[in-house]
Design a protein around this ligand. Structure first.
Ligand SMILES: [Zn+2]
Ligand SMILES: [Zn+2]
Length: 166
């Protein structure tokens, strides 16, 4: 996924991308519902480009508790530097990309993928109130289960006994 920069003068510009997850080079395009929208602010300073990305997408996540797939809105922002100065590009300079003097377009797919992959939550629940799965495998959001009473924490049992003796 590339943006044209050859026509830009020094200063601020904006660009917009709207395309499918596979066009952005995502490995699992099925994890996205619809297109990915990216608003880019470009600050051109001589042969360097300071970019700000705002990424919006609908993603499918799997709930950690009930294992159902659900749709979630993803929104995040990040900055990246596209520079001709090799010294600025080191192993730990995450979002810095080396470009050639007079390069006509910038490859932004890598950065967009990184923004999404890094920001997606590691732990996900479909809702704060998700009841999860019963030991028997039933989804407790959809049906009540009678197979087993929930385990009572033994500490509460002790408390109850104490209360009863008062
Ligand atoms: Zn859930
Ligand atoms: Zn059950």
């Amino acid at each position: 996924m590339k943006i044209q920069v050859s026509h830009l003068t020094d200063g601020l510009h904006s660009d917009h991308l709207l395309d499918s997850a596979s066009a952005f080079g995502f490995e699992n395009p099925d994890d996205f519902a619809g297109k990915i929208k990216v608003d880019i602010t470009i600050d051109k300073r001589r042969s360097d480009f300071y970019l700000k990305f705002a990424v919006m997408a609908k993603v499918f996540l799997v709930c950690d508790r009930c294992l159902e797939r659900f749709e979630s809105l993803f929104e995040d922002e990040a900055r990246a530097l596209y520079t001709t100065n090799e010294k600025l590009v080191t192993d730990d300079s995450g979002s810095t990309y080396l470009i050639q003097e007079g390069q006509r377009e910038l490859e932004v797919g890598t950065e967009v993928r990184e923004i999404v992959v890094l920001a997606l939550p590691i732990k996900t629940v479909c809702s704060e109130n998700c009841k999860g799965l019963c030991k028997c495998g039933r989804n407790l959001n959809k049906e009540a289960c009678t197979c087993e009473e929930p385990d009572i924490d033994p500490r509460w049992e002790t408390l109850k006994k104490l209360k009863n003796t008062n």
